[in-house]
Design a protein around this ligand. Structure first.
Ligand code: ATP
Length: 892
């Protein structure tokens, strides 16, 4: 018998579970041991050895190895072995970098691994989807991705989109009843939910019948194995640039060799020098260092509570010019407390803070007992009845399990002594139409003890008003005339004006047995009973974050489903809505075309009473205006806008799987201030990449030019091949990596957002590379010439001087690279990694110069003290000559 043919009880028996209690931890462990984890097998990763070999496939490295082999055959063993060792070391470093990048990307994937709600030991707990076993009971709601193959045992308006399996994008309604038939298609198995499909509506419970490769998804898993490319725009630009740089480096190297040979150097020496120079000058390591810098940045961002799901987002973050943020939970705390209630012209206040269910009711100045106020009692009762939240006590603190808005209603009820248990003694819930942000309402059909049935609805007051035909006024049902409507509107505005979120309650009696097929039929001709107004305090850190964003040239826009007046009040408190700033509501927005919105969008700071569907329009209008848009969201319907935005941001706590999957950034704490922190980090990572590109390329320019000029001046080689390779490995490598970890410049959030189209060399970087590189080459040559001139018989000594000058000039220059302005702008000791990298590079250089056993290998000689004055003086020139002069002024 197939799963879909069985009745629920049969499934319960077959998978040996208990629908009320779930599995025990012991059973789960046993089943995991027996059946394995709930995972799809991944394609094998390339072995470590292969990755290591990859490091040597570079054309120039192969040429170098061949050249070394030739020099070995010619008897230059020492040179050959030394060069081999350096190439090997270079390979090892590249390998470590690549593995590190890969590991952190993998760790990232683990972090954003999906979770599910499972019934274990009679308790609903959140567990990683990986740990689910057959027999587990899972619950899921709109926006969740199904974690395993399930037989559905409970369905509330449940619809699931199964296109991942069936290709059919229209969601399928799901039921509990068994289906008969031998070969029912997956698409027609309406009592099953399959791993990887998405809940688009309603909620449900199911029992796991298949996990891992033993699911419908597992059977087609091989087809799904496609490696996602994680290349960022900058990496792509660097790849293109790399090709140009290689050509230029090769041409210049060829020129060096050619001129050298013409000037009478022997071909073999020039060949080896040329190849070494080419290896050193070609920035083949750049893309790898960029990946490392990006992934290290990503790890720093995790510490600041944001997870980057798509690497390119790190770069785009720095370009963001608008953040469109949800209000509830992101700008505010999402800790609702009902403070005011209104019905039929009367207003009550409730005391108490947070979710603590103790408080008193007042009407005007006098305290009242809710049970004596009929209307009040009714609003409170219905507020608890049409509700799925639960209040729990955890570590002496009250928390809400479920929607905080509903939690507030539960707490307000408890303050009047109305618990769910007591209310459900009076009423039984027969059916539920769940809340959704587009409808802005939720309803239940209930039956009282005498068998009478009602629809009870709660939702946004203006929406509920539209579907009401009558109103309860002074405990009497009245026709909802214009007069009453104005009164209600006035009450809503009054509450909203105090920044309160408002929920209206309505109801209608129905005939027993009357079939209500959908929510539209339920939610019409209601009787409007009253309002509950709740505060949702702003998050304290948001105001400063908004201000900081403003200074950074980033506009914050509030997008909310809440009432216009509530939204306005909170936006003003948070500094989002300036004087004269526009507020647009959902109705107006619906009537506008994208073009019309584009006209005004720069003046709009708040979009209120909008549906998630509106967000896409807002993103499009902003993008058409040339903005780089960050858009937050949590629900299923937010996904298209999240996807369309430049930086899609999903909420880590309240976000659905669907929203998370569409996003490129997930906020672990749902907090707006975290977006700001991520943007700052994004800007910094990009700047750090610019820093080491600048450092590496200037160093390479210096290395090539010193050789080229020497050849043009008919001088001997100022550096021997092994020295060039050494500089490339030690002096360039370590500090460049340290630059990748540099702190942000203090003005990083006072600059305008970066233009996403800007090239690698924008903002004067190209000029800095060439000017500094040129000077590094020149001073190295001068040091070489002075010492060589003094004693032309000791070429080796002059070469050692050139080597030391080149190394030091680069190590001083690295501090200049830390700032876009000038080397004097920053404390050079701030970046500890850099200080250590520079110190170790200097020590290693001294070892190579002074340690006798290494001297023959590196062709070095001990330098006398006076000559250090010359070396230090000259090597400081490139950095200090240009720092603070006209030449460093930022080029616009
Ligand atoms: P944001 O987009 O900033 O998160 P929001 O959370 O206020 O805004 P929605 O959750 O879409 O937006 O809510 C829109 C309106 O629907 C609210 O102002 C409220 O009146 C009503 N509402 C919210 N939650 C519920 C609920 N659980 N049941 C019934 N009505 C609700």
């Amino acid at each position: 018998m197939k799963w879909y043919e069985m009745r629920s009880e049969e499934v319960e028996q077959t998978v040996n579970t208990n629908f009320q209690e779930g599995l025990s931890d012991k059973e789960v462990q046993q089943r995991q041991k027996q059946l394995g984890f709930n995972e799809l097998k991944e394609a094998d990763r390339p072995s470590a050895f292969l990755v290591f070999l990859e490091q040597f496939k570079d054309f120039m490295v192969i040429v170098l190895l061949a050249a070394t082999l030739i020099s070995g055959l010619l008897g230059e063993y020492l040179d050959a072995i030394a060069i081999m060792a350096i190439v090997l070391l270079n390979g090892v470093l590249g390998f470590i970098q690549e593995r590190k990048a890969e590991k952190s990307l993998h760790a990232l994937k683990e972090l954003s691994a999906p979770q599910v709600f499972a019934l274990r030991n009679k308790q609903w707990v959140k567990v990683p989807s990986k740990e689910v076993v057959p027999g587990d009971i899972l619950k899921f709601t709109s926006g969740d991705r199904i974690g395993a193959d399930l037989r559905i045992i409970e369905s509330k308006s449940l619809e699931i989109e199964e296109s991942a399996l069936t290709g059919e994008s229209v969601p399928v309604a799901k039921f509990v009843q068994p289906i008969s038939g031998d070969n029912v298609n997956i698409g027609d198995q309406e009592n099953m939910a399959f791993m990887g499909t998405m809940v688009t509506r309603g909620s449900g419970v199911g029992v796991v019948v298949g996990t891992g490769m033993n699911t419908a998804m597992g059977q087609i898993a091989d087809l799904l194995q496609s490696a996602e490319t994680m290349i960022t725009p900058l990496q792509r630009k660097l790849e293109q640039l790399g090709k140009i740089l290689i050509t230029v480096a090769l041409l210049l190297t060829a020129l060096v060799v050619l001129v050298g040979v013409i000037q009478g150097h022997d071909i073999y020496t020039m060949f080896l020098a040329g190849v070494s120079l080419a290896v050193a000058a070609i920035p083949e390591g750049l893309p790898a260092i960029v990946t490392v810098a990006l992934s290290l940045g990503v790890q720093r961002m995790i510490k600041k509570k944001s997870i980057v799901r798509k690497l390119p987002a790190v770069e785009t973050l720095g370009c963001a010019s608008v953040i469109c943020s949800d209000k509830t939970g992101t700008l505010t705390q999402n800790k609702m407390t009902v403070t005011h209630l209104w019905s039929g012209g009367s207003t009550w206040q409730v005391s108490g803070t947070g979710y603590d269910p103790s408080g008193r009711f007042h009407k005007g100045d006098s305290e009242v007992q809710p049970r004596n106020e009929r209307a009040l009692h009714q609003i409170l009762t219905f507020g608890v009845l049409c509700n799925n939240a639960e209040l729990k006590l955890k570590d002496k603190e009250y928390i809400v399990d479920g929607d905080p808005t509903e939690g507030a209603l539960v707490v307000a009820g408890l303050k009047a002594g109305l618990s769910r248990e007591s209310i459900q003694k009076e009423f039984t819930i027969i059916h539920e139409f769940p809340f959704d942000s587009s409808r802005k309402m939720m309803s239940v059909i209930v039956e009282d003890k005498s068998g009478k049935q009602f629809v009870v609805t709660k939702g946004a007051p203006d929406v509920l008003l539209k579907v009401s035909g009558s109103i309860l006024w002074d405990n009497k049902q009245q026709f909802l005339s214009d007069k009453y409507e104005t009164e209600v509107q006035h009450a809503i505005d009054q509450l909203a004006g105090q920044a309160l979120r408002t929920i209206a309650i309505g109801f209608k009696p129905i005939q027993p047995g009357q079939k209500i097929i959908n929510e539209f039929e339920a939610e019409k001709d209601l009787t409007f009973i009253g309002l509950q107004g709740m505060i949702d305090p702003p998050r304290p850190e948001v105001k400063d974050a908004v201000k900081e964003c403003k200074q950074a040239g980033i506009k914050t826009i509030m997008i909310t489903g809440d009432h216009v007046i509530t939204a306005k009040a909170i936006a003003t408190q948070l500094g989002i809505l300036p004087m004269g700033g526009k507020v647009i509501d959902g109705n107006t927005l619906s009537m506008m075309s994208v073009e019309e919105l584009e006209e005004v969008v720069d003046d709009v700071y708040v979009f209120a009473r909008v549906s998630p569907e509106h967000k896409l329009k807002i993103v499009k209008a902003l993008q058409k205006k040339g903005h780089i848009v960050a858009m937050t969201g949590d629900g299923v319907n937010d996904a298209p806008a999240i996807k369309a935005s430049d930086i899609g941001i999903a909420m880590g706590i309240t976000g659905t799987d669907v929203a998370k999957e569409a996003s490129s950034l997930v906020l672990l704490d749902d907090n707006f201030a975290t977006i700001k922190a991520a943007i700052k980090e994004g800007r910094n990572i990009y700047e750090n990449i610019r820093k080491f590109i600048r450092y590496l390329l200037a160093s390479n320019v210096g290395e090539i030019l010193v050789m080229l000029f020497a050849m043009l001046l008919a001088l001997p080689l100022p550096l021997v091949p092994i020295q060039i390779l050494w500089v490339n490995l030690v002096t360039d490598g370590l500090p460049a990596m340290a630059l990748g970890l540099d702190q942000a410049e203090d003005n990083v959030m006072r600059r305008k957002p970066r233009n996403p189209r800007e090239g690698v060399f924008a903002r004067g970087l190209g000029w800095k590379v060439i000017s500094r590189g040129f000077l590094i080459g020149i001073v190295t040559l001068i040091a070489f010439m002075i010492v060589y001139d003094r004693n032309p018989n000791n070429l080796g000594y002059a070469q050692t001087i050139a080597f030391a000058t080149l190394v030091l000039a680069q190590l001083i220059h690295v501090f200049d690279c830390r700032s876009e302005r000038s080397v004097f702008d920053r404390n050079p000791f701030e970046n500890k990694y850099l200080v250590w990298a520079v110190i170790s590079s200097i020590v290693l250089m001294l070892v190579v110069i002074y340690y006798p056993p290494l001297q023959p290998i590196f062709h070095t000689q001990s330098i006398i003290l006076q000559d250090w004055l010359l070396i230090i003086g000259l090597s400081a020139v490139p950095t200090f000559l240009l720092a603070g002069t006209l030449l460093t002024r930022k080029r616009k």
